[in-house]
Design a protein around this ligand. Structure first.
Ligand code: SF4
Ligand code: SF4
Length: 393
């Protein structure tokens, strides 16, 4: 969104309040300035110079989860998340809370392997005491073998096709096991799999931090790599990466990766999960916001789970409500993030499920954090891990 469109968009709000009906930060705080309508009104006041950039204003614009729940609700068609992205760009110097993370991000985006190696050392020394004192949230161990640094081409016998994986940072550094599960599943079904070491961050966390220009550089690099690839599909296990590439790249940079696909969509289209069987258990499913309000893939994961012999699927109440992760939101606004997550856990606990399944590594991390804080032993799995288990034991 450019400055002119931004001014037009935020100025046309009639303050009806429709957009705040599903806003998780409003539901949590009951504070107008922490809801969608309030944020649009404040951005309007910023444009008309009734409000000046300030730390307090930046706080309200940066403590949005960018979940997208408000997006389709505005009767005037205002794209609220895009307005918030632009507001963040304008206010990023006033946002003091995430300054350290932002500075680190800016200097490390082109050197992620080095940055995560340093973080891994720090994690080894300082994580336990900081976590035990409540100062830090749960983070899975940072791997010393990033997923993308493994083999680049995973061949298979009886080849039926060739796919590329868009790994994303969470899978690469925190959950490489999920990526390995996907390779096993695809190889077993005759798909040769390509993993690109040169892939960079999709740009989502960088845009979230208000660093629009840096995000554009990331997009250009990914487009350069993935547009040349010969593959039936480019598959992602992270709905944020998928949404950013499918929806934001064309709008912002005029181009996209044409055959980009969420893993659930690929599995259904190619009958990957037909005829599977697993050790019996009750499962429930949590909809990540960027699938519920972004890619719209809510039926596909349920069809996959219901189709696996042995799984008893039980729908939870409010399955589509946010888990409170929101990327840096979970670090910068830890208490609110935990509180939103605890409500999600209440819904999970009200089912008989022994496993909660989702399709987003970020949601997995958030649910793991809440589960540990509440000493709840329910298993949390990415859907790819369940399919892998059903296929290979
Ligand atoms: S993106 Fe989510 S948290 Fe942000 S204003 Fe919209 S509904 Fe609220
Ligand atoms: S729904 Fe649209 S018009 Fe109504 S308050 Fe929200 S942004 Fe303004």
């Amino acid at each position: 969104m450019n400055q002119e469109t931004f001014i037009t968009e935020v100025s046309k709000s009639v303050r009806c309040g429709t957009c705040k009906s599903l806003c998780p930060t409003y539901a949590e705080s009951r504070n107008e300035s922490m809801g969608a309508r309030g944020r649009v009104a404040m951005l309007g006041a910023l444009c008309s110079e009734d409000l000046s950039p300030s730390k307090a204003l930046a706080e309200r614009i940066f403590n949005c989860l960018l979940c997208g729940a408000c997006k389709g609700l505005c009767p005037l068609g205002i794209d609220i998340p895009e307005a918030i992205y632009h507001g963040r760009k304008l206010l990023q110097r006033s946002h003091k809370k995430g300054r350290l993370i932002k500075t680190a991000l800016r200097y490390s985006i082109t050197k992620m392997d080095t940055a995560f190696s340093i973080l891994r050392v720090l994690q080894n020394f300082f994580y336990k005491p900081l976590y035990n004192s409540g100062k830090l949230r749960y983070t899975p161990p940072i791997t010393s073998h990033p997923f993308k640094n493994g083999m680049q081409v995973h061949k298979t016998t009886n080849k039926v096709g060739r796919v590329a994986i868009f790994t994303g940072c969470s899978i690469n550094y925190l959950y490489p096991n999920m990526g390995e599960s996907l390779i096993r599943v695809l190889n077993s079904k005759g798909f040769e799999v390509v993993v690109f070491k040169r892939e960079v961050c999709c740009g989502a966390p960088i845009r979230d931090a208000g660093l629009e220009d840096d995000a554009e550089q990331m997009a250009a690099r990914n487009l350069d790599i993935f547009k040349k690839v010969r593959a039936d599909a480019v598959i992602s296990m992270c709905p944020t990466c998928t949404l950013v590439i499918q929806e934001q790249y064309p709008k912002l940079y005029g181009d996209t990766i044409p055959n980009m696909m969420d893993v659930n969509e690929f599995f259904i289209k190619n009958g990957i999960t037909e005829g599977l069987e697993i050790t019996p258990r009750v499962v429930t499913y949590h909809d990540p916001c960027h699938t519920r309000y972004g890619t719209g893939l809510t039926k596909e994961p349920r069809a996959i789970l219901r189709g696996i012999e042995g799984l008893q699927f039980q729908e939870m109440k409010n399955a589509d409500e946010c888990c409170g992760f929101g990327g840096f939101f979970s670090l910068n606004y830890k208490d609110m993030s935990r509180s939103i997550g605890s409500k999600k856990f209440e819904s999970i606990n009200n089912t008989l499920a022994s496993t909660v399944v989702t399709s987003c590594p970020g949601c997995v991390m958030q649910l793991e954090d809440i589960g540990k804080a509440e000493r709840n032993n329910i298993k949390i799995r990415h859907i790819v891990e369940i399919v892998d288990e059903a296929m290979h034991g």
